[in-house]
Design a protein around this ligand. Structure first.
Ligand SMILES: [Ca+2]
Length: 102
């Protein structure tokens, strides 16, 4: 089997994409909106860290029940892969979807 040597290239483009994404959200036309979203993310992170009592970076159903009841109520929807725990990313995506609903 021939080793795939494209990794550095794809890593570089991933970095570029990430930077572009960060740039776009910072200079977004809806400045107030993205500032609000950033604050929401920061709040979420704080609450997530507080709720993650065993500090493994994921929220189990029990941890959600105690620390983030709203997440607990929607646990099955967020934990779509049924892993038994949810990451901050999954919660953030869920929260943004909820917040974006008008
Ligand atoms: Ca945990």
């Amino acid at each position: 089997m021939k080793p795939k040597l494209s990794f550095p290239t794809s890593l570089a483009s991933a970095v570029v994409l990430l930077c572009a994404a960060g740039f776009t959200s910072t200079v977004s036309a809806q400045g107030a909106d993205s500032a609000r979203q950033e604050k929401m993310r920061a709040d979420l992170q704080k609450r997530f860290t507080a709720a993650d009592t065993n500090a493994d970076g994921r929220l189990s159903r029990d941890e959600a029940k105690r620390g983030m009841p709203r997440i607990y109520r929607n646990f099955d929807a967020i934990d779509a892969e049924k892993t038994g725990s949810v990451s901050l990313e999954q919660i953030a995506a869920f929260a943004e979807k909820q917040g974006g609903r008008r």
